[in-house]
Design a protein around this ligand. Sequence first.
Ligand SMILES: Cc1ncc(COP(=O)(O)O)c(C=O)c1O
Length: 440
Amino acid sequence: MENAKLALLGGEKSVSRSLADVSAKVVPQKAYKTIETMLDNGQISEAPIVKEFEKKFASYIGADYGLCVVNGTTSIQAGLFAVGVQPGDEVIVPSFTFWATVGPVVANGAIPVFADVDEDTHNLSAASVEKLVTEKTKAILLVHVWGNPCDMDAIMAVAKKHNLKVVEDCSHAHGATYKGKKVGSIGDVGCFSMQGSKVLAAGEGGILVTSKKEYYDRAVALGHYERCRLLGEDSPYAQYSLTGYGYKHRINPLAAAVADANLDRLDEMNAIRSKNARRFEELLADIPFIKFQKEPEGADKVFAYHYAQYVPESFGGVKLGTLLYALAKEGVSCGSCGYGRLHYAPLYNKEGPFGQEFPFNLKGYPNGNVRKLPNTERLGQTVFMAAPRFETATEADLQEYAAAYHKVAANMEALLAYEKEQAEATTIANNGRSINYVKV
Ligand SMILES: Cc1ncc(COP(=O)(O)O)c(C=O)c1O
């Protein structure tokens, strides 16, 4: 079977079932019933389910407070505001992430400073962070990429040493743990996207968690004017119930109902995804050109997305695009990676049409943000989505996926010949998104 003809060259494809066959439905049945009742009652703007869900999720994460917002991007904006990031402050961020981690830094008038990641974990490296600390640094904004917890002991030690706040972007990592604690409960604030592709999906939605009342109060004041009066007399933010701070971040309660139903099955689904993903990695262990993402010691990741690093030197220099195209033709749901380029983005590097408030126009800021980030750039070139979430996959599906990889691995010469003739077919599209399935 392994030396059989590639599907790319007219052979039979290895994988018989589709992406939909191996994935669970995004919206659980329970949500349908709840939403029907809410629609009946006209609860389409405010509803008790929002606060119920906030309480349930905060307790699940191990934090005292939860606050729903319109999306994950906003949860980060609110998280930075909550810990007191001010215009002109520097916030250390990775470039190996979706733009929405970094965008809110600029939206808060602060300056993103890009640090490098660890090549094995794909996550922000504490050593790289520490080198970039200046007297203007206010916070570290980290991401648990693809669901893999950062090495939190090392990051928290840097934060403590330099008196920095830590905001966790947990958009991929609902339920992941580090040394027994859920991510989102270790730094000062945890921020979660609940966009439709996330393991805790609302549709569009986000949630912020924290155990510090002051941070919760600030996040409430930023985007929930109607809740300021509930903050208690001793809160300096209670007086803003007429206006809030100027934003409106209220989640659509129908989306909160979807998230609530998904939370009920999150642990069970995470366990299924992990079991299948780890089995898949085991089946591919003998393929020398694939390096799966490593967990730091003490971490238990969730498989929100299953990315790996391609090592072309171990496969005759076959281009990543060729590999992905061949795998996709075999029926593998795989994709390219859009991360690792933010530090070159115009938004963070030059004065543009946005006006004087733009943080890089502030006096004293070195013009431009480009700094070589060798690991980030290498990962940006070589990381790819190796498999979908295996949620309803059987052992037979996993065996077929593994057979596809082994067949491709056994056909290096044929791939090299193919890419010489068909250069166009093997170039990959990178659009900065978290998911870019190869279309065949
Ligand atoms: C790492 C990361 N951060 C932030 C976000 C932003 O979340 P949202 O799309 O809900 O605004 C996303 C996903 O979209 C993400 O993948």
